[in-house]
Every structure is written in C-alpha cells, then in structure tokens.
Design a protein around this ligand. Structure first.
Ligand code: NAD
Ligand code: UDP
Length: 321
C-alpha cells in the first residue's frame, strides 16, 4: 500500500485517530484533516513523526483542496455526541451536507473511492429491533437530534446520487455506538460519563427510567469492519456494530462493578427523542465482509477504563499542582 494515498477527515477525533493509526500501520500515505472543533491533536501527536503522515487544519464544510493524487477518502468529520451537536447544530448540518458534497467533488476529481461515516441515528427512534439496513427509520426532522440525523440521511442520499449518476466508487458505513480509548471524558456520551462519574465518586446519571437499550462496539472491531468495507465492492449502506444489546440501567450497574465504586444510579430527565432501543442487524457484514465483532464488552470496558483512569489521574495532578 506504499503508493496509495488516503485522506481521513475528522482525523483528530476518536474514530478518525484510530483510522489514522490503522492506515499508517498498513503503509498508506495518510493525510489527516480536522478543524479541531471537537477533536484534539493529542490523539494523533504520536503520528507526526511518521514519514507517511501529514496533517491539515481545515474546515471541510469549506472548499477542500488536496494537491497530488488521492486513492481513498474516509469522511469522518462531524460532531458525534448529542451534547456536541446540540451545542453546534449549524456546523453539524453543514459538515455532513456541504462537507460531504465537497469531499464527493474531490473524490470525483481525483478518481478516488470515498467511504462516508453514517450512523445508526439515521434509524431515529426505531420501531423495528434489531435494525436491518432495509429499515427506513423513524426520525423527527425538527427535533433537537434532527440536525445530526437529517444531515446524515442527506449524506447517504448525496453519496448514492454520486454513485449512480457519476459512477463514483462509494461506501456508506452505518456505525452503531462505539467506544474505546480517546473518547473525551466530558463528551456527554453515556460510557465516558458513567466512567468519569464513577472515578470522581459521583452518582451515575441515568436518563429516564434506564430501560432504553444500546449495543456497544469496541473501536478495534469497528475499524476492522470499516477497513473490510472500504476494500469490498459493496456500495449500499452497511451496518457495523456489536449486537450485544443492554439497557442503560444494566450498563450503569456493570460500570459500578467494573470500577468497584459504591455510588448509586440516579435518575435524570430523558432527553427529547432519545431512541428507546438500538441494536444492529449485522447479517450483511457477516455475509459480505466475513466480519463480526471479536471484543466482548467486558474486555473492551477494561481497556477503556484503564485509559480513562490515566486521564483522570493526570487531571487530578494538574488540580493538585
Ligand atoms: P469526534 O467528535 O471524536 O470526532 C469528530 C472529528 O471531526 C473531530 O476531531 C472534529 O474536530 C472533526 N470535525 C468536525 N467538524 C469538522 C469540520 N467541519 N471540518 C473538519 N473537521 C471537523 O467523533 P467520533 O466519535 O470520532 O465520530 C467520527 C464520525 O463517526 C462522525 O462522522 C460520526 O457521525 C460518526 N459516528 C460515530 C459514532 C460513535 O459511536 N463514535 C457512531 C456513529 C457515527
Ligand atoms: N445516557 C444516560 N446518562 C448519561 C448520558 C447518556 O442515561 O449521562 C443515556 C442516553 O439518554 C441514551 C444512552 O444513554 O439513552 C446513550 O446515550 P449516548 O449519548 O451515549 O448516545 P446515543 O443516544 O447517541 O446513542
């Protein structure tokens, strides 16, 4: 892969940085691009010394120019946590609409294959469980989550249009809740929030009655699925996630056991339009990519907990200083 060049947008974020790791390790020439709105250069600083990594600070909702050839584009730039996209709704809409349009144009110009990061949120509050790719979803376009869900639905539509109208090589991955090192402790998503609360001796905040479900996938499994999808010839959307479904209450109990914390779960109001159930049907990924997740929640959580413990220890040292 020495001569292949790949552009990864959202490179300084959680998933983008893990993709940069994988593609540099595989020997690609990697160009990372990010405007750092929710990302952190610390996630990729170890890559700056590599001869096959370069970084551009750029907002991809504005025209994107890359000189030289490009073989692949992975578009991962977008806020992904509900509290982020509620804080910056317009940027969220722009990056998956205007940003995707810019990157599709770039892919066309460079004759590159493009993979875009879609999401289980395009299913909204699903009335079908588990969710197969054929399910069209149940989204409130004008609710608070609409800025993310509808932008991602537009992203899928314009990506398919470039595929059918221009014959562009496109891939669409529908990512379900993913976790692992390099998530931000304060990004508001349930896993870093619960682990952070457990570490600080606070009670764990369960939204609603905690009966809503999610299915958590460890980041290494996700990256493997994305890698296989990119090099497959499958252009329709593909779910990648771990079907091991759990209620948020059970998940909270699991975090308390893992961290040996003696706090409690406390109830907070359920955010508007919070999906009641979510679990991927991964039959297509199994059949077409020969992919399924390998890392159990207990293994993945241990690794992630160790990571967050180090971060929290560092934060504490700064406070004591
Ligand atoms: P993240 O917030 O950690 O990373 C997103 C990165 O994109 C950040 O570094 C941010 O600075 C950058 N970015 C945002 N807008 C940009 C812009 N206009 N121009 C350039 N850079 C920009 O989030 P993540 O969890 O790594 O998510 C990455 C992608 O995966 C997103 O597209 C998200 O929708 C998708 N996704 C993630 C999950 C998940 O569980 N993590 C689930 C479904 C979909
Ligand atoms: N959640 C919670 N407490 C928190 C943060 C989130 O109970 O402190 C719930 C949230 O309401 C949702 C689930 O956990 O039902 C997953 O939330 P997250 O923000 O991680 O992801 P998403 O809703 O996008 O799946």
């Amino acid at each position: 892969m020495k001569n292949k060049r790949v552009l990864i947008t959202g490179a300084a974020g959680f998933l983008g940085s893990h993709l940069c790791d994988r593609f540099t390790q595989e020997g690609f020439q990697v160009i990372g691009m990010d405007n750092l709105i929710t990302g952190d250069l610390a996630n990729i600083e170890h890559l700056f010394k590599l001869p096959n990594f370069e970084f551009y600070h750029h907002d991809v909702s504005n025209f994107v120019h890359v000189s030289g050839k490009l073989d692949y584009i992975l578009h991962f730039a977008s806020p992904a946590s509900p509290i982020d996209y509620l804080k910056i709704p317009i940027q969220t809409l722009k990056v998956s609409s205007l940003g995707t349009h810019n990157l599709l144009g770039l892919a066309l110009e460079k004759k590159a294959r493009i993979l875009v990061a879609s999401t289980s949120e395009i299913y909204g509050d699903p009335l079908v469980n588990p969710q197969p790719e054929e399910y069209w979803g149940n989204v409130n376009p004008v609710g608070p989550r609409g800025v993310y869900d509808e932008a991602k639905r537009f992203q899928e539509a314009i990506t398919m249009a470039y595929h059918t109208f221009h014959g562009l090589e496109t891939r669409i991955v529908r990512i379900f809740n993913t976790y692992g090192p390099r998530m931000r402790l304060n990004d508001g998503r349930v896993l870093p929030t619960f682990i952070g609360q457990a570490l600080r001796g606070e009670d764990l905040t369960v939204f609603g009655d905690g009966s809503q479900t999610r299915s958590f996938c460890y980041v290494d499994d996700l990256v493997e699925g994305i890698y296989r999808l990119l090099f497959s010839d499958y252009a329709l959307p593909m779910n990648i996630g771990n079907p091991d479904e759990i209620t948020i209450n059970e998940f909270g109990e699991e975090i308390l056991r893992l961290t040996q914390a003696d706090q409690r779960l406390i109830c907070k109001p359920l955010p508007t339009d919070d999906p009641k159930q979510r679990r991927p049907d991964i039959s297509k990924a199994k059949q077409i990519l020969g992919w399924e997740p390998k890392v159990s929640r207990s293994e993945g959580l241990k690794i992630t907990y160790e990571y967050f413990k180090q971060i929290e220890d560092k934060n504490q040292q700064f406070k004591d200083f």
